[in-house]
Design a binder for this molecule. Structure first.
Ligand SMILES: Cc1cc2nc3c(=O)[nH]c(=O)nc-3n(C[C@H](O)[C@H](O)[C@H](O)COP(=O)(O)OP(=O)(O)OC[C@H]3O[C@@H](n4cnc5c(N)ncnc54)[C@H](O)[C@@H]3O)c2cc1C
Length: 485
């Protein structure tokens, strides 16, 4: 099977009679084969694109179950999609077939303050959910930088990380249970309405981060915690990346565990200065954004200790935000990191490698060397507190091979340092070719066996993580393949 390129408008799988059957299952207002809707559902946050045959907006678990049972019988690919902000190609309908857009399943069904939990549908936008629980004095810490757009379902499927990982962990630490529709249309409920649960294997955690390849998440039971009373934010400016990354370690060594500890290197700073006219001193080669939370008194003391650690680490200036406006200004610099990089080149590969915290300085040195003398620009920023650095390769069209070779070298170094290819964006299509750099064959085989157990015909998100699985499943079932492009 070859992927369905954007130019291949004719449906690959869903024929007119199949379309009618699907329409009968979900209702005519929840399905389309209009080309404009298909194009709008052909991409995610990467530049990859492929056309689906149809788009379905399910509104209930029954809709999802009906569509999957039908698609499974016919061996049609099904791609689940949240807000399509993914950065690894996860929601791209590589082989065509059905895109199931979950954004209409966006109800917050319950917020249970006494039991510190909430039940939501997958299409709820993360930022909206955060604000709803905060109005009740509760806190949902996972905070991808895309929170204003991405969905809780997409966050769970990718195990999104983000800005608060060091202190509060990532999405998986807040998922207590799931309702998931399996490939054959059966419904599985995992977990329990308890804060502790060790009964049997942990299927909830297997499904978190499964990137739409094992099942379609239709309900999510989330853990909440009390909302901290006070925030304090500061920014420190350094002459070198090494000074900043060593200081990130020193802050924690001073027994301060910031809720955000973000880093930015020289190239990222230059692009933000140009893009957002950000007020960053000219001689800055690296900066740290630090935010602590707790009580009025505890945050005051923590900021004092963090300022001292920064000064000891070589910061030539430290700005503590005294007002909400100053805090907002510091965060607006952080939010501009990603879009600002497009001022350096039209194309960007945003890697999300993660290394043990003590190895970040070595990683930054390696990455800078990897870009030296090459036509590609390398810029780094990210969640330095937990070792998760976004290594961005900025390039021009036609430099793809160069970019792939630099990425390959970086991944090998990351693994040598004891790190991992992906701290938060997932494997999808982008990192699938590199999987074997990190995982031994025996481990990949166990993962593939799990995929076959959950989805024997390989209809769920084919082409992702293990690109060869869809063709294998179809060969084994001896299904007749539609004409390829
Ligand atoms: C500017 C920007 C900043 C970002 N910052 C961060 C960050 O700080 N941390 C971080 O971790 N990520 C970040 N991301 C990446 C992205 O936002 C996350 O991966 C997010 O979790 C994707 O959510 P989504 O709703 O957009 O999902 P989509 O992109 O639509 O889908 C992502 C994957 O989840 C699957 N999926 C979606 N819904 C379901 C469901 N209901 N059931 C089963 N599978 C499903 C899809 O098939 C796909 O494989 C950022 C992206 C952008 C564009």
């Amino acid at each position: 099977m070859r992927p369905n390129r954007l130019g291949d408008a004719p449906p690959q799988f869903v024929d007119p009679s199949g379309f009618r059957q699907l329409r009968a299952l979900v209702g005519r207002e929840r399905i389309t084969r209009a080309i404009e809707d298909r194009v709008c559902h052909s991409y995610d946050g990467t530049k990859q694109r492929a056309l689906p045959d149809v788009v379905i907006w399910p509104d209930s678990t029954d809709h999802v179950a009906g569509v999957l049972a039908y698609a499974n019988e016919r061996e049609w690919p099904v791609y689940v999609r949240g807000a399509a902000t993914g950065l690894s190609g996860g929601a791209v309908p590589l082989y065509g077939g059905i895109v199931m857009d979950m954004t209409r399943m966006n109800r917050i069904s319950r917020i249970d303050a006494s039991n510190l939990m909430a039940e939501v549908e997958p299409g709820v936008v993360t930022g909206q959910f955060q604000r709803r629980v905060e109005e009740l004095g509760l806190f949902y810490p996972p905070d991808p930088a895309s929170a204003e757009y991405s969905t809780v379902g997409g966050n769970v499927a990718e195990c999104a990380g983000g800005l608060r990982g060091l202190k509060y962990g990532v999405t998986k630490h807040y998922v207590l249970g799931l309702e998931v529709v399996l490939a054959d249309g059966s419904v599985l409920n995992t977990g329990a309405r308890t804060l502790k649960n060790v009964t049997g294997y942990d299927l909830t955690q297997l499904l978190v981060g499964s990137e739409g390849t094992l099942g379609v998440i239709t309900k999510i039971l989330l853990k909440l915690i009390p909302l901290p009373l006070r925030l304090r934010t500061m920014m420190a400016f350094f002459h070198s990346a090494a000074e900043a990354s060593d200081t990130a370690l020193e802050i924690v060594a001073q027994r301060v565990l910031p809720r955000a500890l973000e880093f930015m290197d020289r190239r990222s700073i230059k692009s933000v200065r140009d893009y957002a006219s950000a007020d960053i001193p000219r001689k800055t080669d690296a900066l740290l954004l630090v935010e602590v939370d707790g009580t009025d008194e505890s945050t005051k003391q923590e900021v004092e200790r963090a300022v001292a650690a920064c000064e000891k680490g070589g910061a030539f200036r430290v700005r503590v935000a005294e007002t909400e406006a100053e805090r907002e200004e510091q965060w607006s610099i952080r939010r501009a990191f990603s879009p600002a990089l497009f001022t350096l080149a039209p194309l960007k590969l945003n890697e999300d490698v993660c290394v043990p915290r003590s190895e970040v300085t070595k990683l930054l040195r390696f990455v800078t060397r990897a870009g030296t003398g090459r036509p590609v620009t390398v810029a780094c920023f990210g969640h330095i507190g937990d070792g998760n650095i976004h290594v961005n390769l900025l390039y021009e069209p036609g430099q793809e091979d160069e970019v792939k070779s630099i990425a390959d070298g970086i991944f090998r170094e990351v693994v040598r340092l004891g790190g991992t290819l992906s701290g938060e964006h997932g494997i999808g299509t982008s990192k699938a070719p590199f999987l074997e750099i990190e995982l031994p064959p025996a481990q990949i085989e166990i993962m593939k066996s799990l995929k076959r157990l959950f989805d024997p015909k390989g209809i769920l998100n084919p082409g992702k993580i293990f690109p060869d699985e869809f063709s294998r499943a179809r060969r084994e079932s001896r299904a007749i393949l539609p004409a390829g492009p």
